[in-house]
Design a protein around this ligand. Sequence first.
Ligand SMILES: Nc1ncnc2c1ncn2[C@@H]1O[C@H](COP(=O)(O)OP(=O)(O)O)[C@@H](O)[C@H]1O
Ligand SMILES: [Mg+2]
Length: 258
Amino acid sequence: MTKIVLKATNIRRYFKNQKSKTEFHAVDGISFSVHAGEIASFVGPNGAGKTTLLKSISNYLLPNSGQVEVTGINLLKHPRQARRQLGVVFGGDRGFYANASARDNLEFFARLLAVKEKNVKANVQEALETVNLADVAAKNTGSFSKGMLQRLHIARGLINKPKILMLDEPTAGLDVESVITIRKLVKRLAKEGRGIILTSHNMNDIETLADKIYLIGSGRIHYEGSLAGVKTFAHVDENASLTDAYLAVADQLKRRQV
Ligand SMILES: Nc1ncnc2c1ncn2[C@@H]1O[C@H](COP(=O)(O)OP(=O)(O)O)[C@@H](O)[C@H]1O
Ligand SMILES: [Mg+2]
């Protein structure tokens, strides 16, 4: 078995409701590991806790409890050191200076991420080439399509040459061609040995990409394992699609309204 690049143990993240003084358990005790070259995919309804989980294991949010080891480095004890091994991609239309070039944007973020000055230009160039934006690197990001912006987000996630890349819904809102491009890119990034953690609502993403699938609902893992295993878990026919299997368990993944 390949090396474990990320190990999360019993992650919990609560949000306090000021009015009712109750705690809302967005992530409620999640443990999992990701190996080098593996694509771990989290699937679940809106509000299941996927984004909060990614934030809690990448130092965007502090978990209320739990441990995260990034290539053996304790994220909570040594956040700066651990963050160097992590690339995090939340994506979307925003996040870049529209009136600056793609290259200038990435160089800015590379310095912000404390990439060593002598490596900034080379890392940025490599990231631009990886996502196939090198030939438009001098253009302002304001002129970029949604698909190009999403690839630029991924490039931004790569500028510190991380061992683990987290992608939160990387194909959301993109046209078919861009979706296919992103899928191929994610597959290649894993093949090169990075551990990938991704969330998606797109069952085709999951079917083409996931080495391991996690069904998540109400802040907990309900199933983890192979794609084939999901069908057994959901008690659907083996010829059923992943969407059929997901729909069969969707209700049990949804939060009970309180
Ligand atoms: N900053 C926050 N304050 C309060 N509640 C939050 C906050 N962030 C997320 N939540 C709640 O936590 C739950 C999980 O959200 P999220 O992690 O975004 O789910 P997902 O990404 O699976 O759709 C949701 O019910 C959401 O409303
Ligand atoms: Mg989300």
